[in-house]
Ligand binder design. Sequence first.
Ligand code: TNX
Length: 777
Amino acid sequence: MTTTIKKQFLLCVILLMTIGCTSKEPYQYDAADINIIPKPKTLLCRPGAFEFTEKTRFVINNKEEAAIAEMLIQKFSTATGWTLTTTETIPAENYVAFTINKALKKEAYEIAVAEDHIVLTAGEASGFLYAIQSLRQLLPPEIETKGADQKTKWLVPAVSIKDEPRFQWRGLMLDISRHFFGKEYIKEVIDGLAFHKMNVLHLHLVDDQGWRIEIKKYPRLTTVGAWRVDQEDKHWNDRRAVSPDEKGTYGGFLTQEELKEIVAYADKKNITVIPEIEMPAHVSSAIAAYPHLSCKGNSIGVPSGGLWPITDIYCAGQESTFVFLEDVLKEVMDIFPSQYIHIGGDEATKTNWEHCPYCRQRMKDEGLSEVEELQSYFIKRIEKFINAHGKKLIGWDEILEGGLAPDATVMSWRGVKGGLEAAAQGHDVVMTPGTHCYFDHYQGKKEEEPLAIGGFTPLSKVYQFDPVVPSMTAEAAKHVLGGQANLWSEYITTTAHSQYMIYPRLAALAETVWSPKEARDWGDFSDRIQTMFDRYEYQGIHYAKSSFRIRPEVIVDTSSNSVTLQLKNEYPNADIRYVLGTDTLSEKAIQYTKPIPMDTTITLTASLFKNNKAIGTVLKDTIVFHKAVGNQVSYVAPYHKKYKGTGTRSLVNAIRGSKNFGDGQWQAWLGNDMEVIIDLGKEQAIHKTIVGSMQDQGNGIYYPVGIEVFTSLDGTQFTKKGQMTRKHQLDRTVALNEFDVTFETHKTRYVKVKATSIKEVPHGGDVWLFTDEILIE
Ligand code: TNX
């Protein structure tokens, strides 16, 4: 066909379609158009689509299903103004039918979309709930709008989905102690969890800085323990100690009625709320209310901020502690129908126990030689009580120390080690390793992010999480109930910030605990998450855009000895555009398709683009080229395995570290000097070395106290060329600095740089030396 005939033919087809006997358009979707997160187990696309109209009816069998249908009806009501209805008889067309199939497992569901109807199949309510969540994500993102939308066609691609979760425990922990978050926000989080098919909300209700649950028998827990002296204007770790007679004005708590309301609200969305009542440590708030609970019995105030080590803990010797805890737990178990009660168990410094006559007596009576065993006694005793009430105990991995209680489930947070150990002993575990599951960690460069506790857990890292560790036996793996993210709130004071830390990382986590392992595909997730961002946008969720940020990376090709600059963000198919020098960035900027050759210092402006518009934060950076870039580095003193930077050429990769010591650019030495030899590849004239370093004394990171530079033509005979020394200063500010050594210009091939660590500091603790780059000019 010639082009003109082709055009005429196409026109005919379009005309026929618009005036022809069928009103349906030939919709054709494929798997790439379906953006459901977490990814369903199986998904098939057929041609065609179902269109929701004002007349679409939900065909339901019972009240429970009606309540679930109502969730989508509500969405349509806000988005379109329609009032869709339910019925118990199947209409001729244009309906969504709930069909029960008892053969399907709990939480499993199926969706079959045809042009004139949709069938949702499940064994019970939780399956239908998830079918509705998937249907929500099959609809255009506009379904989440809060204002009436007249334009959108409410199409659902003709798909067949069969889906079920990989793990039974898919959780998020909210710390409402360090900063208090009330009922309304907790309900919003529950909505977000259900949307991502998560099913556990773990509420951290007790910690040093605030007791957040009303206990009727012990009113002082909330009249005193829920309030602290307001020092919110200061950094968490810079807040002064308070005296017990100072009145606390900052805080809050949830009443039992409110908690019951939260539990019921969550239950409708297949979410179990698990209460955490910390013991024996992280309980200063309780001791402030009832001093007799501690070994010393002295009055303390509720701390306003950071507290370390935690020595004011419950006395394990006096019976009154157990009377108190049993009373508290009784009330807790009346509020929370969950099978599990979390008893904390973490980070107890047990020095008071060592000196307390009651604790010593207890150890004697029970034949215990170590205080760790006393903690084990404590937890085992509480477990008996919890079990006697038909419940199960779960605690942080410290409950392994001194011997695990017989039926306890372990929440592994200090990496996966605790989980491995407990599972090997035949105990159930929930994996929440800090490396992948701590949502209080940074998700981008420290300088560009709101204040966080530390760490570096970007979206792509969360996506790499797997609750089953490769070294686990098949038997042990059966004990892995699932995984959970933890949002500690020392640095989180507002709901907007809390959302920022949760989303989109929750989406990545959801996929790791719901979808089959084989379905894990970062590239594919990167595409789907873009639609999720639109859905968040419409829902008014303040999600983090940190994953949009562009990261420059210098690549050294050792075979051709060439250095190039790569621009990437967390997504493999990103549309990145850039300009060099002082040019201004617009949609006409250079589209990044391949690494940029680099043989001189580069100043660039770059951004991620979507629909020809720059989105996220624009990157402006100068990557300083110097004589050592890309060269070989050998280590006289090896770097610590925790801080490897980007590997053996990290110190000469031209990319600088940020103030976040965990950002992956830093190499570090613990209690030791740095000493490296750089091979310049050929003889070159040099006159200066610069060592990039950081200090973060709060985290044990100190600048070097001296630098020495030696050069050599043969790599064995070195001559000292220069040095610098500086005095150690106590300084809590986190800072970056460069230490130069200049010398006479001379030709050399090998440069040895030694940075001397202070090694020990008067106030004790680890001493780290951190370096990100050695520049040679
Ligand atoms: C450790 S994880 C804690 C919490 C802190 C958190 C900060 C755990 C069981 N204990 O008390 O808030 O680190 O990341």
